[in-house]
Design a protein around this ligand. Structure first.
Ligand code: PMP
Length: 294
């Protein structure tokens, strides 16, 4: 894990990296965050992550108090300070310190934290063998309640679903939107392949506009696959030839079973494996170089 944590302009060692208990990020989950990856000494899709962080902040009427350029520097400098070559970075912007009431306007200024370390979301065998997952009863939030496109500090909706999945013995859980259409998994986007067409729920179906998702759609198009974004039901996944998940931390993970129905022949799909290889090659090319601190 990270040994130097950035908090509001200063780096603290892990033991001393603390924020106030009156921070509304802690009291109410009032804030936004990103999960970013570094590969081969470069921060992957930095602009996209910072854009999404600022979009999330704007939607919850939170002023980060720094520019996008400054935020990029915070992320790059936190990587540099921790000598990250390959790693996982977690910038967090919370509403800041206020009182015990909800009123966000009493919080004078946002708190900015950045952690840079490593992450291994799933054991290697899941990438080789594929995941067996279930649909859970906990639906994704209503767009009009807490839009799933906001990457907010309040992940209880996803955590409740994760608990349900794990109680059913599954490492991931498929979540539906309030209309019963497929939204996403608890921390990853979902894709189905049938007859050489790649399908994924559109963002209005209750999923995060995933950066790995966008990247995989581009890679699929480059392979000549047709890509379709739109409403999808569980039917579409049960009858898919291939099924996989995407996320910054997870990257691309094959799914071989949904709700006890094998996907395709019950093994990680051929196109999925090609896309995994394409993605691995792509992360070698893309990224903003991490500076060396003097
Ligand atoms: N959905 C949810 C709920 C997520 O938290 C994430 C990020 N972990 C994703 C999808 C994947 O998005 P990205 O590829 O940008 O990491």
């Amino acid at each position: 894990m990270s040994s130097w944590i950035y908090i509001d302009g200063t780096f603290y060692d892990k033991e001393n990296a603390k924020i106030s208990v009156f921070d509304h990020g802690f009291l109410y989950g009032d804030g936004v965050f990103e999960g970013v990856r570094a590969y081969h000494g470069r921060v992957f899709k930095l602009d996209e992550h910072v854009d999404r962080l600022f979009d999330s902040a704007k939607v919850i009427a939170l002023d980060p108090g720094v520019s996008k350029e400054e935020m990029k520097q915070i992320i790059l400098n936190t990587c540099a300070k921790n000598k990250i070559h390959d790693g996982y970075i977690r910038p967090v912007v919370s509403r800041g310190v206020g009182d015990l009431g909800l009123n966000p306007y009493l919080c004078k200024k946002a708190t900015i934290v950045c952690i840079a370390g490593t992450i291994q979301l799933y054991p290697e065998r899941y990438y080789q063998e594929g995941l067996k997952i279930v649909t859970v009863a906990t639906h994704r939030n209503f767009n009009e309640s807490l839009n799933p496109r906001i990457k907010s500090l309040n992940y209880l909706n996803n955590i409740m679903a994760k608990i349900e999945g794990m109680q059913a013995g599954a490492p991931e859980a498929l979540m539906l939107n309030p209309a019963g259409m497929v939204a996403e998994c608890t921390g990853d986007n979902v894709f189905a392949i049938r007859k050489n067409v790649l399908y994924t729920p559109d963002v209005h179906s209750g999923s995060l506009d995933g950066i790995t998702r966008r990247c995989v759609m581009d890679l699929a198009k480059a392979r000549g696959l047709q890509v379709v974004e739109g409403p999808m039901s569980r039917f579409d996944f049960w009858v898919a030839d291939e099924f996989f998940l995407t996320g910054t931390a997870a990257e691309i993970v094959p799914v071989v079973e949904l709700d006890k129905r094998p996907i395709g022949d019950g093994l990680p799909g051929v196109i999925t494996k090609q896309l995994i290889a394409d993605f691995k090659a792509f992360v070698k090319e893309e990224g903003t170089p991490i500076p060396t601190l003097v």
